[in-house]
Design a protein around this ligand. Sequence first.
Ligand SMILES: Cc1cc2nc3c(=O)[nH]c(=O)nc-3n(C[C@H](O)[C@H](O)[C@H](O)COP(=O)(O)OP(=O)(O)OC[C@H]3O[C@@H](n4cnc5c(N)ncnc54)[C@H](O)[C@@H]3O)c2cc1C
Length: 332
Amino acid sequence: MHIAVIGAGMAGLTCARQLQQQGHQVIVYERNADVGGRMGTRQTELGGFDHGAQYFTATSDLFRKEVAAWRKAGWAAPWDGKLVKLDKGVAANAGRSNAKQRMVAVPSMGALGRHLADGLEVRCEQSVTGMERHGDGWLLSVQCDSVPIAATAGPFDAVVLALPADIAARLLQPVSSLAGQVGQEHLEPCWALILGFEQSLDLDYDGAWVEGSRLKWIARDASKPLRRPGEHWIGHASSAWSMEHLADDPERVKEKLLKAFHEATGTHVQPVYADVHRWRYAQAMTTLPGECLWDGETRIGVCGDWFAAGLDGSGRVENAFLSGSALAAAIR
Ligand SMILES: Cc1cc2nc3c(=O)[nH]c(=O)nc-3n(C[C@H](O)[C@H](O)[C@H](O)COP(=O)(O)OP(=O)(O)OC[C@H]3O[C@@H](n4cnc5c(N)ncnc54)[C@H](O)[C@@H]3O)c2cc1C
């Protein structure tokens, strides 16, 4: 079959690779200039910062096997950073949370998507804005920033939507049975803070879950393997704060989150680099049971990290991988 995959995050790339291995002809459409989605790396003059997914864990046999292959290929490595709980500058042991083996892509989170996309036909900076029936197949409306009018792509025998639920629901309007199910699911936003310091902060931990703050998580990016050295930190605001300040001016958000960073760490060193990134759809609020959706009649499939995929909870890299993999198996 000639298959379009919309979205080049972990779910879309996993599904596309497996469909191609099955002998299908696959084209991946990606809105951003780079692949990887929420496993992204922001490039700055100080080097890359992993401002999305921080690490991943593997609990299922299938994902463990995949991660072992990534390690063997040199695409991923364990992160043994010291993680604590932080309350107004006071660090406490993170307890059981430290028992897990945390993995990161190397030399940056963004690099993994590029490895997975190798050998696939990926059309970056092409946002899919609509789908319409064309005989037995599907035509896609595709918008590119540099061209003011939408182009039509296809026809495709099948379409995979590997997108946050809120975006997938909008595109699924022509397939009411799937649109209804997907429309129940929503993802919450997250404002990410990106900080580079010239001098050491003298903090004896590499990452922290923060209590009683706008920030819920901070991490020393350079403590991860094969990163460029430097006092580079990432902060993630809580879902509730990010939702409340969703439409705020980024400069104001930066000011407020930097203040929260200083309060949380008890340091007052000013960064030489500071920026924020708004992840509009960051974290699944609810979980759709099952692994993916596949409608054999219309030949439309949906996958993403908001499916439980046999795990407790959702919204993680492992959910995205398992969901994309399950959809490729369903299509076969
Ligand atoms: C701040 C943050 C921290 C996180 N921390 C962790 C963590 O520590 N551990 C963990 O396991 N997970 C973490 N996650 C979650 C993890 O990143 C996701 O579970 C996983 O990356 C989701 O993959 P996906 O393929 O389902 O979706 P995405 O990565 O969102 O991929 C969807 C892709 O579709 C593209 N797209 C969207 N609309 C269109 C369109 N109309 N046309 C074409 N392309 C489109 C997007 O640009 C994107 O590339 C975090 C996420 C965020 C945002």
